[in-house]
Design a protein around this ligand. Structure first.
Ligand code: MF3
Ligand code: CO
Ligand code: CO
Length: 278
């Protein structure tokens, strides 16, 4: 299944869901410090979604075929965890990098999916460069989005920037269509060839969420069947936005007051960006 939204009511539903997802990240930001556990981060986010936003965390009990139900409200992926880290007793320490991935469902049934990286305490140069390059990768992918562009254009922009920096792109997980369903077609690969793949059309909503490894691209899935790590134990980073294809370009839906600024190297390419939903 794929969603192409044409009604303004649906677009507003997606804008609202996107902003709410991003606002969970704004809210949790000051808590991301040395000494907090990932379970505590999950608890605070879940309480904010439930009590303040009246949204539902999409990950909780999410169970795609072949997986056990995801047991928590958010994903917390630390250091060599690529994605789908399960919040637990792990305590964040200085030098850690952590991805927090939030997906909210609004009362009217729309999904907003977004993630950011956080540096804990004193981060190494390598860790902060990986997070920065990955952020640029996501935005370079978004900068390709407009009607008539191809999915391969997005992947190519991301892969080129990551590999130029000496990093690798995870192949097993990708972005996805999203709307009134969490994961749907099309798959948004974070690697590829320009001018190939499906054409983008106005009204499509999907995520761009590159996972970039400092070392090799291979993955290892843990016995919990959710947590995915780098096989070589190298650091991994990820950022995610949910976007809408507009008549002339792209609208980024998962933005809020404290969203990090668009990277300087991407700014000149953003003739296609009509709005960031502020
Ligand atoms: N939010 C993730 C994504 O970007 C999916 C998490 S599924 C979960 O697609 F069950 F692990 F939460
Ligand atoms: Co996603
Ligand atoms: Co996500």
């Amino acid at each position: 299944m794929k969603s192409i939204f044409t009604e303004e009511s649906d677009l507003n539903g997606m804008r609202n869901a996107g902003r709410l997802g991003s606002e969970v990240l704004d809210f949790i930001t000051p808590y991301i410090r040395e000494g907090i556990s990932t379970a505590e981060i999950d608890r605070i986010c879940h309480e904010y979604m439930n009590d303040v936003q009246h949204t539902i965390p999409a990950p909780l009990n999410y169970q795609p075929p072949g997986y056990p139900p995801f047991p928590k409200a958010i994903c917390t992926s630390v250091n060599d965890v690529i994605c789908h880290g399960i919040p637990g007793e792990r305590i964040l320490k200085s030098g850690d990098i952590v991805n927090l991935d939030i997906t909210v469902i609004t009362p009217d049934g729309y999904y907003g999916d977004t993630s950011r990286m956080f540096l804990v305490g004193e981060a190494s140069i390598l860790a902060s460069r990986l997070c920065q390059i990955t952020y640029e990768c996501m935005w370079l992918g978004i900068a390709q989005v407009k009607p008539g562009a191809k999915l391969g254009d997005i992947g190519y922009a991301i892969q080129t920037h990551a590999e130029k920096a000496g990093y690798s792109v995870v192949r097993e997980y990708c972005g996805h269509g999203i709307g009134k369903v969490f994961h749907q077609d099309p798959q948004i690969l974070h690697y590829g060839k320009p001018g190939t793949g499906e054409s983008l059309t106005q009204g499509m909503t999907f995520t761009v969420e590159p996972m970039i490894n400092a070392g090799r691209r291979e993955i290892r899935t843990m016995p919990d069947l959710w947590t995915v790590k780098t096989k070589d134990r190298s650091l991994s980073a990820q950022w995610e936005h949910t976007v809408l294809v507009t008549a002339t370009g792209v609208e980024v839906l998962t933005v809020s007051e404290k969203s990090p600024a668009i990277p300087a190297i991407v700014q000149p390419l953003l003739g296609n960006l009509i709005s960031t939903n502020h």
